[in-house]
Design a protein around this ligand. Structure first.
Ligand code: PLP
Length: 450
C-alpha cells in the first residue's frame, strides 16, 4: 500500500540525518525514498512508478525481486548463512566452477571479492606478482572503482581528487571514433592509430616497468564505447609482445549486459584476467571477483597469494550467483537480450538519431547503449561540457527530469543518456521506455544552436 506519508518522512529524515552518501556534497542531495521494486520497475512511497532504465548502477541485470534469486538466498540463509573463506563450501565451489566453465578456454580459478573495485585491486596485485613489474596502463575514458589502485586506474574525473593514490599508473587513449583523439575518419583508421598510440605509450613508459594493461571490454559509464573489431586482439598482441598481463574489466559489461556471459566473447580476444561484479548476481548480495588464467593461477601454486577478504565467496552472494546462471539458462536471458537489442533498441535509437538534431551519435550492443547529445551536430560540441556541474549541467538535468516525470528512471553521465534497462525487461516496457526517451529528447533539441 502506498501513500504512507509518515513512513516516507521517517525514511527521508533518517537518511538526511544519518546516511553519508557516495560522491556527494551531503547538504546538496535529496535521495528519493524507494518503497519497493519488481522486475524492471520500482515505486516511491507515493506509488509513483519508475521504469528503471539504469538498472540501478547497471547492476540489476535480472531486475528487482527475481523469484529465483530471492528463493536461493532464503534457502541458503536457512541452511548456512556464512562461513569463512578458508573452508570449502558447496555454493562457492559450484559458482567458481560455473564461472570457469563459462569463461574462454585457458581460465582455471576464481578469486571472489565483495565488488568491482576489490576485483580490480586484486587483479592488479596478481599481475604485479606474476610479472615482477609494477606499472599499470589504463584508458582515460574509464571507471575501475574507488579504492586506491582502482581509482588511480580510473581515467574519469573521479580520479582527480584522489590523484596518485597508486602512483604506478599511466593513462592512454582508447578508440572513440566520434571524438577521435587521432583525427581518424574511419573505424579502421581509429583502430590502427589507437594501437600505434598504445604501443608508443608502452615504449615510452618502458615495457620492462609495465605489469598490466587494464581495459573495460566495452567502456561503460564513460560512454558505452564499443571497440572496433581489431582493437582488443591488437591490445592482446601488444601484451604478448611486451610481456604484459591483459586485464579485462567486465564489472559492468559482463554477465549478460552485452548478450553474452563474458563480453570478450564478442571480440575474439582472451585476456589473462577478467574482473566481474554487478551482474554476477544483480547485486542482491555484494559479490565480485577475478577469473584467473592457468598461467597466473600457477604462479600461486607454491607461493602464497598475499591477499584476502573476510567475506570472500560469501555463501549468500554465491547462492544468488548460482541462481543467476540457472536463470540465464532456463529463462533464455541471453537470447532475449540479443533479440531485443537488434530488433527493437538499435532501430529505434537510430531512428531517434535521424529525427532529433540533439543526437550526435547512438552506439552500443545488448542492453548497453549510449545516446550522445550535442549542442551542434556539425561541430559535435557536447550538450554540456566535459565533467559539467551546477548550472553548466542544466540541459542534461532537464532531459533527466523529463524522463522522470514521464515515469522512467534514466542513467545520465556528462552529455550522454544511457539505455541500460534490466535484461529481463519485456518488449512492451522497452518500447514504452524508448518512447519516453524519444519525447524527452525534445528538451535536448531545444538547446541545439540553430
Ligand atoms: N569497473 C567498472 C567497469 C565499473 O563500472 C564499476 C562500477 O561501476 C567498477 C569497476 C567498480 O565496481 P564497485 O562499485 O562494485 O566497486
Amino acid at each position: 500500500s502506498f501513500g504512507d506519508d509518515q513512513a516516507e518522512s521517517e525514511v527521508r529524515a533518517d537518511d538526511r540525518q544519518y546516511v553519508f552518501h557516495s560522491w556527494s556534497a551531503q547538504a546538496h542531495i535529496d535521495p528519493l525514498p524507494v518503497a519497493t521494486g519488481r522486475g524492471a520497475t520500482f515505486w516511491d512511497y507515493q506509488g509513483t512508478e519508475y521504469l528503471d532504465f539504469s538498472s540501478q548502477l547497471v547492476n540489476l541485470n535480472l531486475g528487482h525481486q527475481h523469484p529465483r534469486l530471492v528463493a536461493a538466498i532464503q534457502e541458503q540463509a536457512g541452511r548456512m548463512a556464512t562461513i569463512a573463506p578458508a573452508f570449502a563450501n558447496d555454493v562457492r565451489g559450484e559458482l567458481a566452477r560455473r564461472i570457469v566453465q563459462a569463461a574462454p578456454e585457458g581460465f582455471a580459478k576464481v578469486f571472489f571479492t565483495n565488488g568491482g573495485a576489490e576485483a580490480n585491486e586484486n587483479a592488479v596485485r596478481m599481475a604485479r606478482l606474476h610479472t615482477g613489474k609494477r606499472k599499470v596502463l589504463s584508458q582515460y575514458r574509464s571507471y575501475h572503482g574507488s579504492t586506491s589502485t582502482a581509482i588511480s586506474l580510473t581515467g574519469d574525473p573521479r580520479r582527480w581528487p584522489n590523484d596518485a593514490a597508486d602512483p604506478a599508473v599511466a593513462h592512454f587513449f582508447g578508440p572513440y571514433l566520434y571524438r577521435s583523439a587521432f583525427h581518424a575518419r574511419t573505424e579502421d583508421e581509429e583502430c590502427r592509430r589507437a594501437l600505434e598510440h598504445l604501443e608508443q605509450v608502452i615504449v615510452l613508459e618502458g615495457a620492462s616497468t609495465i605489469a598490466a594493461i587494464i581495459v573495460e571490454t566495452v567502456v561503460g559509464t564513460n560512454g558505452i564505447l564499443v571497440p572496433p573489431p581489431g582493437y582488443l586482439p591488437g591490445v592482446r598482441e601488444l601484451c604478448d609482445r611486451y610481456g604484459i598481463v591483459l586485464i579485462a574489466d567486465e564489472v559492468m559489461a559482463g554477465f549478460g549486459r552485452v548478450g553474452t556471459v563474458f563480453a570478450v566473447e564478442n571480440f575474439g580476444v582472451v585476456p589473462d584476467l577478467i574482473t566481474f561484479a554487478k551482474g554476477i548476481n544483480s547485486g542482491y548480495v555484494p559479490l565480485g571477483g577475478v577469473v584467473i588464467s592457468e598461467a597466473i593461477a600457477a604462479t600461486f601454486d607454491d607461493r602464497a597469494f598475499p591477499g584476502g577478504l573476510t567475506y570472500s565467496g560469501h555463501p549468500l552472494a554465491c547462492a544468488a550467483g548460482v541462481a543467476t546462471f540457472e536463470a540465464f539458462e532456463q529463462e533464455n536471458i541471453l537470447a532475449h537480450v540479443q533479440d531485443l537489442a537488434e530488433r527493437v533498441v538499435r532501430p529505434r535509437l537510430e531512428d531517434m538519431a535521424v529525427r532529433h538534431p540533439s543526437v550526435g551519435e547512438v552506439r552500443g550492443l545488448g542492453m548497453f547503449w549510449a545516446v550522445e547529445l550535442v549542442r551542434d551536430p556539425e561541430t559535435r560540441e557536447p550538450l554540456v561540457p566535459f565533467n559539467a556541474a551546477g548550472p553548466d549541467a542544466a540541459p542534461m538535468n532537464e532531459v533527466a527530469a523529463a524522463c522522470k516525470s514521464a515515469g522512467l528512471w534514466p542513467f545520465v553521465h556528462f552529455n550522454r543518456l544511457h539505455v541500460t534497462p534490466p535484461l529481463i525487461i519485456t518488449e512492451e516496457d522497452l518500447v514504452r521506455g524508448l518512447g519516453i526517451i524519444d519525447q524527452a529528447l525534445e528538451v535536448a533539441d531545444s538547446h541545439v544552436r540553430t
